[in-house]
Write a protein that binds this ligand. Structure first.
Ligand code: AMP
Ligand code: MG
Length: 425
């Protein structure tokens, strides 16, 4: 193979020769064109999709001034005082009118009675029933505006509530519904051809599996992750470690409408690792190997104008590549951005190894009044998936660092929703 110098940027001596993960994102921003087709989607189908057009509120939220507590709507200037209760307003009922010396019983969500400017919660009043009706006594003065949710307080009509490029969550669905929308315009889902390579890999459940064969973890794992990321997975397809088989895969990808080819396996430097050779021969390689451990064996490029992301075969390394590379690439395809949420904390225990390429340690986050602590005592191997489920974040050990003592401050990226113990959106 030709030298790989042209796949790397000019990097200062003494650092890793490979691009960093953020530099890989910059490559995607430069090389990957966002999809242009948009479609309208009803509310239920919106989570995980990327908004194509900003949403401007046509309706205010709240739609009218309303009581935020059960209590009595009064005129602040009448307080303190003994007031005649002239009406009861529940949620869904039109507002009464309150005059001087009067109060209206209101329940949470009821429109604020006309003339009233404050709501005294029922715990603060004394109620007395007499022959001429009900009275409430409020013993102290309260200013106007108490316990009132103002019209437009959350969303003023005419304002932009959601921006184009935003990845929608269940919260956004609630918000859209609250302003009376039935759905929104989103970017078409990217179609992703998923190919699992490796002579030893067979689909899970295949009976009569050979002694040296393994069930495929990556295909089902990545398929599920693609769905979570708003993409349409096609596959997994199984490809042996042969250049002709890989060439056949990419030729097929050229003939069908796919927006990304995502592969695992065969991207390292072993005798049967043909992926990068084939991509280079049939298209172009943007980068091969990254300053990212585990998962360093990864390549990106394009064949026939379709982006290709080739992840390592080791399941935990493939998952690292998906989390740090495929998620931002899919976001870019949908016209958005996916940047991890960064937090700082300190190492709970010493980390004894020197670090050549930037390490992303699966850590549990603990907190105490002193701050956040990163516990890296989970299995950090490239092939161990299970420890991902116990992690909260990826703590970043800088390249070129030596053994680190306990309490070393580190940055960590919170795992996205659907990975790890909890996960953030
Ligand atoms: P490779 O990236 O092809 O060098 O593979 C690295 C390691 O991951 C080897 O031990 C493979 O057997 C294993 N591996 C490759 N693909 C898969 C897969 N789809 N599921 C589980 N393990 C895999
Ligand atoms: Mg292999």
């Amino acid at each position: 193979m030709s030298g790989r110098g042209h796949w790397q940027s000019n990097r200062p001596a003494n650092s890793s020769p490979y691009l960093t993960v953020p530099e890989a994102w910059a490559v995607f921003a430069q090389r990957v064109k966002p999809l242009t087709e948009v479609e309208w989607q009803a509310l239920a189908g919106l989570p995980g999709r990327t908004l194509a057009l900003p949403v401007t509120a046509r309706s205010a939220l709240p739609r009218f001034d309303r009581a935020a507590m059960d209590g009595y709507a009064v005129r602040a200037q009448d307080l303190p005082g003994r007031l005649a209760v002239i009406a009861t307003g529940a949620a869904g009922e039109p507002p009464a009118t309150v005059g001087p010396g009067q109060a209206a019983r209101v329940l949470t969500g009821a429109p604020l009675p006309v003339g009233a400017d404050t709501v005294v919660e029922q715990e603060q009043v004394t109620v007395e029933d007499s022959a001429v009706g009900r009275f409430v006594t409020v013993a102290q003065a309260y200013g106007p505006g108490r316990n009132i949710a103002r019209r437009g307080g959350e969303v003023a009509p005419g304002t932009t509530v959601l921006e184009a490029g935003q990845r929608l969550t269940a919260v956004d669905v609630g918000l859209l519904a609250g302003i009376g929308e039935l759905g929104a315009w989103v970017v078409r889902r990217p179609q992703v051809l998923l190919a699992v390579t490796g002579d030893e890999v067979v689909p899970s459940g295949l009976s009569g599996i050979g002694r040296a064969q393994i069930f495929d973890s990556n295909g089902p794992l990545l398929r599920a992750l693609l769905e979570q990321a708003g993409a349409v997975p096609i596959g997994p397809f199984y490809v042996p470690d042969r250049p002709r088989a890989l060439a056949h895969l990419f030729n097929q990808a050229r003939r069908i409408p796919v927006d990304l080819v995502l592969t695992t396996g065969g991207v390292s430097v072993g005798d049967r690792d043909w992926m990068v050779h084939v991509v280079e021969r049939m298209g172009e390689v943007w980068f091969w190997r990254l300053d990212m451990h585990p998962g360093k064996a990864v390549a990106a490029g394009a064949v026939g104008g379709r982006p290709v992301l080739a992840l390592s075969g080791n399941p935990a390394a493939a998952l690292m590549g998906f989390t740090l590379l495929a998620v931002p690439l899919l976001a870019r395809l949908q016209g958005g951005q996916a940047r991890p949420h960064s937090v700082w904390g300190r190492l709970r225990h010493p980390f004894p190894k020197p670090t050549r390429e930037t390490r992303y340690l699966r850590v549990r986050i603990e907190s105490d009044p002193g701050g956040l602590w990163f516990d890296w005592s989970l299995d950090q191997s490239s092939d161990v998936l299970r420890s991902w489920s116990a992690a909260d974040a990826l703590a970043i050990v800088p390249r070129g660092s030596g053994p680190l003592p306990a309490e070393t401050p580190l940055e960590a990226w919170l795992l996205p929703k659907g990975l790890g113990r909890g996960g953030v959106e």
